[in-house]
Design a binder for this molecule. Structure first.
Ligand SMILES: CC(C)(COP(=O)(O)OP(=O)(O)OC[C@H]1O[C@@H](n2cnc3c(N)ncnc32)[C@H](O)[C@@H]1OP(=O)(O)O)[C@@H](O)C(=O)NCCC(=O)NCCS
Length: 211
């Protein structure tokens, strides 16, 4: 499925265009009021559900995916978090799986060298087609979308990034082409990514859901 822009992005210090309609996405510096992604998720859910923060608790499944265990009436909500040094992201959706990832574009200095381990040759060629100023951004668009997808399906560490094949072309045309070489798991996902300029640096934020 292709990307679809929409509102509902809450950013504490930068104004950026919307993420995926119906999915809440929140981005902040980790040194801000909400010091951890889990803490931020708790505050956001407290507001959304109108329950005290103390009434909200999470558990993790066998693969490490977080899910709400209280309040019981919130079991339809899915939550995903990510942190990259001093920036963190939270995505919350109701009734559908969601995954989020955020990375600074400067995080892996040798990003291009590791592409064969994580990217298909078509993805690597797409990244390499950018000029050197935009190449890191293109790399992290692919990276964060794959990570966000692996969180949305809940397999996390057991999911090799190379098993998620993106269809990438142009600036914003992105979809999941195949997963483990097949179409079955690849259908029905929405992908969104955005480059956020923060204090002279750039972070790439990606969100995947299944509406
Ligand atoms: C699980 C994974 C996606 C987490 O990514 P990360 O960059 O280490 O860390 P992030 O800050 O982006 O995300 C961490 C959050 O992911 C979430 N997470 C962990 N396992 C998850 C799973 N199976 N499903 C959904 N979410 C999961 C947790 O909420 C975790 O936060 P917490 O530990 O504070 O609760 C990642 O470790 C991974 O295994 N990726 C697989 C792909 C791969 O090959 N990566 C190569 C890394 S070199």
């Amino acid at each position: 499925m292709t990307e679809s822009p929409a509102p509902e992005l809450h950013v504490s210090w930068e104004d950026v265009p919307g993420a995926l309609a119906g999915t809440h996405v929140w981005l902040a510096r980790a040194d801000a009021a909400h010091a951890t992604p889990r803490g931020a998720a708790t505050r956001i859910l407290s507001r959304l559900l109108r329950v005290p923060a103390e009434g909200i608790s999470f558990a993790k499944d066998l693969h490490g995916r977080p899910h709400l265990v209280a309040p019981a009436e919130a079991s339809a909500y899915s939550v995903s978090t990510a942190r990259a040094d001093d920036v963190m992201a939270v995505a919350i959706a109701c009734g559908v799986p969601v995954g989020v990832d955020v990375e600074w574009t400067t995080r892996v200095p040798d990003a291009m060298a590791i592409m064969p381990d994580f990217f298909t040759s078509a993805e690597a060629a797409w990244v390499a087609s950018h000029d050197r100023f935009e190449r890191d951004v293109a790399f992290y668009k692919c990276w964060t979308m794959k990570e966000a997808f692996s969180k949305a399906v809940g397999l996390g560490a057991s999911f090799g990034l190379r098993e998620v094949e993106l269809g990438v072309s142009g600036a914003n045309e992105t979809h999941i082409r195949s997963v483990h070489g097949g179409r079955t798991l690849a259908e029905g996902w929405r992908l969104w990514h955005h480059v956020v300029p923060i204090g002279g640096r750039r972070a790439v934020l990606a969100v995947v859901d299944a509406r």
